[in-house]
Design a protein around this ligand. Structure first.
Ligand code: 13P
Length: 252
């Protein structure tokens, strides 16, 4: 049985006090959903420590949205994976399309970040996904394959066992436009096939999350698909009630 995960990517939203309130809400309502669903929140760096305090004693886990490609040193403005781990984070989102698009993240950088994440005992949530032009040209399979080959294929078998993938079609992020459950299943199954070509049966255990305008009203249908193991949630993760309601999608 693969792990079921609902992860909230808060992006650059909430001030520390708001983040604390949001995390409290998630902790308070978490009991409404089966323990079999793993909830993760990924606040901005500035309030990771405060949110970690709120999550203490709960089963809600903490993640960061990014980390530096280097271990430490003269890299002004960067945050090392070791610092994130020291705050109690278990996960780091890597390769989000917003980072690829606005901050020029390449596979080369992401390989270095992956190394840092594993060196510090963290689990990467590695994002892949095509933009609208690529989807319309029918290149979405090739794009995802390349994003996986260039980064995930460099992992050891041991590291691969500790990886979460998020498929996030860029055209569905923050647009209100969701991939259909069928579109999600089709590409998730394909991603799993690509993973199994390298890692064999271990690919069956790798959680693949869907991200892109996932909300309470569509989560159940998407999560019902065989190769969809949960969601990476943006906008709807900013309201505890909606975030938890998405988790209920597994129980529908
Ligand atoms: P939205 O849920 O706001 O579309 O964002 C998805 C996302 O990018 C999560 O990482």
């Amino acid at each position: 049985m693969r792990k079921k995960i609902v992860a909230g990517n808060w992006k650059m939203n909430t001030l520390p006090a708001e983040g604390v309130e949001l995390a409290k809400g998630v902790v308070a309502q978490r009991g409404e959903v089966c323990e079999c669903v793993n909830f993760i929140v990924c606040p901005p760096f500035t309030h990771l420590a405060q949110v970690a305090e709120v999550l203490k004693g709960s089963t809600v886990e903490l993640g960061a949205q990014n980390c530096a490609a280097e271990a430490k040193g003269a890299y002004t403005g960067e945050v090392a994976a070791s610092m994130i781990a020291a705050l109690g984070c278990k996960y780091v989102i890597l390769g989000h399309s917003e980072r690829r698009q606005y901050y020029g993240e390449t596979s080369e950088t992401l390989n270095k970040k992956m190394e840092q994440v594993y060196a510090n005992g963290l689990t990467p949530i590695y994002c892949v996904g095509e933009n609208l032009d690529e989807r319309e040209a029918g290149n979405h399979f090739a794009v995802c394959k390349q994003q996986i080959e260039e980064v995930v294929f460099n992992l050891t078998e041991e590291q691969f066992k500790n990886l979460v993938i998020a498929y996030e079609p860029v055209w569905a992020i923050g647009t209100g436009k969701t991939a259909t459950a069928e579109q999600a299943q089709e590409i998730h199954a394909y991603i799993r096939e690509v993973l199994s070509s390298k890692f064999g049966a271990a690919a069956e255990e790798c959680p693949i999350l869907y991200g892109g305008s996932c909300k309470p009203s569509n989560a159940a249908e998407i999560f019902a698909k065989e190769d969809v193991d949960g969601g990476l949630i943006g906008g709807a993760a900013l309201k505890a009630e909606d975030f938890i309601a998405i988790g209920k999608g597994f129980m529908a």
